[in-house]
Design a protein around this ligand. Structure first.
Ligand code: G1P
Length: 249
């Protein structure tokens, strides 16, 4: 796992480390620490790289070029949460598709047209099951300029050649070095497909998405579900339960 982080984000490294003093005391007191198991990576299996300037996603990935080396690699943007059935997560579905078509793959997700301005958008070609050819990619187009309402929700499998393109990539949307632009430059030279994900997606980069993700996951947990249901039931009046149009914040 290669984490591209930045100044002031040391808590991410600490999260995947052993909190020796705290854990030792907890163990001595007989506390159950099995909840920590998922946070421990094997020694030597985590690399932390700092992106020294906020120059965009493309630049962040390029910062990891030496750690990635000359191999295909996956990119997961952590502000997007993808929830599939157990053992059928988004990246698992993409790796299966990669086994069939190889090349470069992006996750593809349909959203309301008016939201394209917040995302990288796919110009789709032929579709077959969950796979679609990618004919073009545009970063954050307005709804009337977007080639479709299929966006890229932050999951990619890429060939290492993208690093050379990123090294030369000028600034794009928002004045940042965009992964979308670098990928677009590879279309036609390498195979490029979109994979629609069978599962739920939460954009935790928005306040509403973040809260929805917490609620949806809590409602699936045996230890939390009952209390959360009771809380919501008591909190919401009957009028509030009627869905209304809303704008994400
Ligand atoms: C980034 C990518 C964009 C992608 C989005 C997914 O945008 O540049 O192509 O659709 O993540 O969340 P950002 O959210 O960093 O503006």
């Amino acid at each position: 796992m290669i984490f591209v982080t930045g100044r002031g984000k040391g808590a991410i490294e600490d999260y995947f480390d052993v909190a020796f003093e705290c854990e030792t005391f907890q163990r001595l007191r007989g506390k159950d620490l099995t909840a920590l198991e998922g946070t421990l990576l094997e020694p030597g299996k985590a690399i932390f790289i700092r992106q020294q300037e906020p120059l965009g996603l493309g630049h962040a990935i390029w910062c990891a070029r030496d750690a990635v080396g000359d191999e295909p690699f996956a990119v997961l943007l952590p502000d997007e949460l993808m929830k599939g059935a157990p053992g059928q997560g988004c990246m698992r579905q993409m790796v299966e598709a990669y086994g069939r078509v190889g090349g470069n793959l992006v996750c593809a997700l349909e959203i309301p047209m008016e939201q394209t301005v917040s995302y990288g958008v796919i110009d789709p070609g032929k579709r077959e099951g969950a796979l679609m050819e990618v004919k073009g990619l545009v970063e954050k187009p307005a709804a009337d300029a977007a080639p479709s309402n299929f966006i890229m929700p932050g999951r990619y499998i890429l060939q290492p050649d993208i690093m050379e393109v990123l090294a030369m990539q000028g600034r794009g949307s928002g004045g940042e070095i965009q992964l979308t632009d670098a990928m677009a430059a590879l279309i036609g030279k390498q195979s490029f497909h979109g994979v629609t994900f069978n599962g739920r997606r939460f954009d935790c980069g928005s306040k509403v998405g973040y809260i929805e993700a917490n609620l949806a996951l809590a409602l699936q947990r045996d230890d939390l579900s009952q209390s959360i249901r009771e809380f919501l039931f008591n909190e919401l009046t009957e009028e509030q339960l009627v869905p209304t149009d809303r704008n994400d914040v």
